[in-house]
Design a protein around this ligand. Sequence first.
Ligand code: COA
Length: 382
Amino acid sequence: MTQRKSVYSLSVSVVIRQFKIVNLRLSLFIKPPNMYSSKIAGIGHYVPKNVYTNNDLSRFMETSDEWIQERTGIQERRFADRYEETTTTMGIEAAKVALQRAGTTAQDIDFIIFATLSPDYYFPGCGVLLQREMKMKEVGALDIRNQCSGFVYALSVADQFIKTGMYKNILVVGSEKHSFAMDFETRSRNVSVIFGDGAGAAVLQRAEKEGQGILSTHLHSDGADAEILAMHYPGAHANKWLKDKPAFSDQELGGLFFNKEILESGAALPYMDGPAVFKKAVVKFPEVIKEALAANNYTAKDIDLLVPHQANLRISQYVQQLLELPDDKVFNNIQKYGNTTAASVPIALSEAWEAGKVKEGDLICLAAFGSGFTWASALIKW
Ligand code: COA
């Protein structure tokens, strides 16, 4: 019995060894499953017509063109039409441009990723609304809620799906309608002068050329300061923002997701501790850019264009200085649009592409930092 068992286990181990050898030989000829790389085949953007200058905002709150320009670099921003434009409709306009530039159509899209912090509805997400309005096939739609780094996160997710061969044409959208939820009174001036509306979109496809496309993406988060750049209501949290917690009897349920007291307290407005955000951003931006460069054996000198999330011109300038990049290698358009959160990177990339600053073979670095905190980068060989 013992002898028969040992003969059996010997033959099993021989089979396993032979299987490993065959497997090894095969793997030399067959590429691993992540055989594809993805590229941005088309990029587009849309911004609403309504321009609001800093002076326009000073009609609503105590602020000045001088203060806003000096602290943020912003000169004007766009606000969507109150009734006609939504986060989804702006995303669709950007998507149409991206699809056309990619030489493809909405019907060819096999996956949608929509990044926004200002969705049309609390749920469902904007991805399905876009799928419906663009009359797409019944493809998967994923909404991403990573605020300012949402687009780079979305790009990373799309990249993985293309790499594995699961999808061939992915539409990635970043769109925001901040103007609907902001408070234009002096109490919120540190927030409301910064943000603007708009959308950007990209179509991701398989890269045909070796070494072309998204080289790597790098995603990070640290939730320690989640509440310092946030909109706390509506939410399903512990209501620590309510001064007087109303006593509820065991006959009552609900009522704290959103109510009159919450509305009057201002706790349903976007909140930001600006200086704290600034301090973290100037550390994490350069860190995640250097991480992307190091992962691909490049240095900052190799960058043809850095497209940073447009948080604050001072942050971009600080990063530029630190990396010793000349002016023409960093793209900024915050002066015209303010911070458009998930839309900011694709709007900037699309404008840079239109201006001829993104050419085939260029090394493009995208980087973002925002609420969460979350931060991310993507290095692309265009
Ligand atoms: N107009 C005029 N005064 C304003 C103002 C405005 N729009 N907003 C704030 N102030 C005032 C404050 O009330 C404060 O006044 P006080 O000193 O009398 O109390 C003073 O300006 C300084 O406020 P502070 O918040 O310290 O200003 P700051 O120099 O840090 O600039 C931000 C504020 C928001 C521009 C800056 O902190 C910032 O850009 N942070 C990063 C924000 C960011 O990137 N957010 C998005 C993340 S992706």
